[in-house]
Design a protein around this ligand. Structure first.
Ligand SMILES: Cc1ncc(COP(=O)(O)O)c(C=O)c1O
Length: 317
């Protein structure tokens, strides 16, 4: 594993390492965070978007039609909210079409499937431990043994211990969060698909402090403990959301997963507003996910994804 400041930077390094060149195409789910597209654009690689359903499973028949045998180099498999995709099917598909398999486990640091860490099933894999550990920096790049050499690490960033301390305090103490929100908070604009946009970040390695925290928890026992705690939080949020008439995106949390957030659908504007206000008033962090890439929002052929954006909400765990 190599540590970067962000998972998106890890992806950039990984794509270069795989030999992806300007003009190459890679298959990316159309329901995707704009942040993941940043490195792809920086490298002048063309994302070819494939559709997913409401449970984030690919529409496989569409995927097969999208493969351009000449220039398509890779396919990105996203474990949305740390819930594992059908990994074996993705592996078969990429092998059949001679594609690199890029595994995105940005949302599920420490989660497993078949007992093995998510993020280590593809030719390369990215993880974003910073999301779960509340460190400012921390993205990981995994490279499969079959590719042999390792990508270079990048220059270090300044550590930011205060950021970690404040975020941890806030995430472990809803009462403080609630009081702060009452005085300083503002509910973001949940109607605007660009209001949750990710900023462009500079490429860099994780700082000393973030890497130290990630290293400390990266033994099996700590990871499994974190994952268990995340699943427990999932189960309690699941209960609240169902009580309020929301519809969880997943029927259940996957056994060994380590979800960073809980996704659910709302039926209409009124219900959506009611749930948002209730969760904010109780100190939960609610957000829409993801801020979709601009072409997904502007191009009518991705209407289903744009529409899903207006129905889906997430609660930070
Ligand atoms: C699916 C997915 N992959 C990758 C990333 C990028 O992770 P990072 O913010 O660490 O760059 C995100 C960002 O939230 C994401 O949602």
């Amino acid at each position: 594993m190599t540590y970067f400041a962000h998972a998106r930077t890890a992806l950039k390094s990984g794509l270069t390492f795989l030999g992806c060149k300007p003009g190459d195409r890679i298959l990316v789910p159309e329901y995707i965070c704009d942040a993941l597209i940043h490195p792809i654009r920086h490298l002048d690689i063309i994302p070819v978007y494939y559709p997913v359903d409401d449970q984030f499973n690919p529409l496989w028949e569409c995927l097969s039609q999208l493969v351009f045998p000449k220039a398509c180099r890779a396919i990105v498999m996203v474990h949305y909210f740390g819930q594992p995709q059908d990994i074996l099917r993705f592996q078969r598909f990429s092998k059949k079409h001679n594609l690199f398999l890029i595994e995105d486990n940005a949302h599920g640091f420490g989660g497993r499937n078949f007992g093995r860490l998510l993020g280590t099933f593809g030719d390369i894999g990215i993880v974003s431990p910073r999301k779960l550990l509340n460190t400012k920096y921390g993205g990981q790049l995994y490279v499969s043994d079959t590719l042999q050499s390792t990508p270079e690490n990048l220059k270090k960033k300044h550590q930011n211990i205060a950021y970690w301390a404040v975020k941890n305090l806030l995430s472990s103490c809803p009462t403080i969060r609630k009081s702060l929100f009452r005085y300083f908070g503002r509910i973001p604009n949940f109607h605007d698909a660009t209001s949750f946009k990710e900023p462009e970040v500079k490429d860099g390695a994780a700082d000393w402090f973030s890497s130290w925290i990630i290293d400390r928890v990266s033994n099996n026992i700590s990871l499994d403990r974190i994952a268990k705690k995340q699943r427990q939080k999932w189960v309690s949020i699941n209960y609240i959301i169902k009580e309020m008439g929301g519809e969880p995106a997943f029927a259940q949390v996957s056994e060994q997963s380590s979800p960073w957030a809980f996704p659910f659908y709302t039926n209409n504007e009124k219900q959506r507003e009611k749930i948002i206000n209730y969760l904010f008033s109780k100190g939960y962090k609610v957000f829409t996910w993801p801020a979709l890439p601009s072409e997904i929002l502007s191009d009518g052929s991705y209407k289903d994804s744009a529409d899903r954006w207006h129905r889906l909400l997430c609660v930070s765990l």
